[in-house]
Design a protein around this ligand. Sequence first.
Ligand SMILES: NC(=O)c1ccc[n+]([C@@H]2O[C@H](COP(=O)([O-])OP(=O)(O)OC[C@H]3O[C@@H](n4cnc5c(N)ncnc54)[C@H](OP(=O)(O)O)[C@@H]3O)[C@@H](O)[C@H]2O)c1
Length: 272
Amino acid sequence: MLFVEANGARVPAIGLGTWELRGRACARIVEQALRLGYRHIDTAQMYENEREVGEGVRASGVKRDEVFITTKVWTTHFAPHDLERSVKESLFKLRMSEVDLLLLHWPNPHISLSETMQGLARAKQLGLTKHIGVSNFTVALIEQAVAACPEPLVCDQVECHPYLDQRKVRAACDQNGMALVAYSPVAKGRVKSDARLAVIGKAYGKSAAQVCLRWLVQQGVVAIPRTSKIERLSENIEVFDFELSQNDMDEISVMGNAQGRLVNFGFAPDWD
Ligand SMILES: NC(=O)c1ccc[n+]([C@@H]2O[C@H](COP(=O)([O-])OP(=O)(O)OC[C@H]3O[C@@H](n4cnc5c(N)ncnc54)[C@H](OP(=O)(O)O)[C@@H]3O)[C@@H](O)[C@H]2O)c1
């Protein structure tokens, strides 16, 4: 497993996404993932599965300090005291004394960003999390968040895959020593039927999804693909035993544009 270093954190380059995984199925897939070698699990208050993620981690037998756990604070809990209370509730559900990374799930323009960043930093200072970061922040919001936060930010977790051009956010992360964590990294399964990625993969004996994930990690991006299928858990982590040529990297990099976004909501910021 490769790690991405960012502002003091060491983040396993592939993690398991858990959005929409619920109940026993969620606990089971988390357990299996850890048994197969995953060391990074991504959850959120909004996913309503923190309890099951914690169960899966314990059932796997992998020591807590060997697993990188991320959770995210939902936007209605950004007022400083609310933030602290909601993170304690997350830890109670996870049955953990701290998480490795705590993110603001989306920007919330109705609550002062400066106060929210103070609250997030305080969660770190209180030992509720080892590291802090943001998610769905644009370039302008990254700059504001970094300026307002007394503690270093480790990442911006944003949608990132070959169909969406995220070079601007990537550059802003680089400039601030932050990692880009790619969500929806296999474009919600769409890459599976991509002829171009399949042709590239053939030369390496790899699937289109593996080519896509390799393209991300080879750029120093962290990827958190989600699957409910045990056989795909292995497929999505077996991306460290081959290297894409510069030609193949470049060919994939030109597939993206601004219209390739799959995750959008009315409350989303004005994207770059
Ligand atoms: N911060 C945010 O606002 C935010 C937003 C979205 C997502 N996320 C995080 O990022 C994670 C991943 O994003 P996502 O769930 O939106 O999308 P994703 O990981 O790109 O795609 C998941 C979908 O792709 C399929 N899939 C996975 N691996 C595959 C493979 N090797 N071949 C073919 N199909 C495959 C899965 O189906 P099967 O289950 O059938 O395998 C599932 O339907 C989430 O689970 C969540 O943890 C964060």
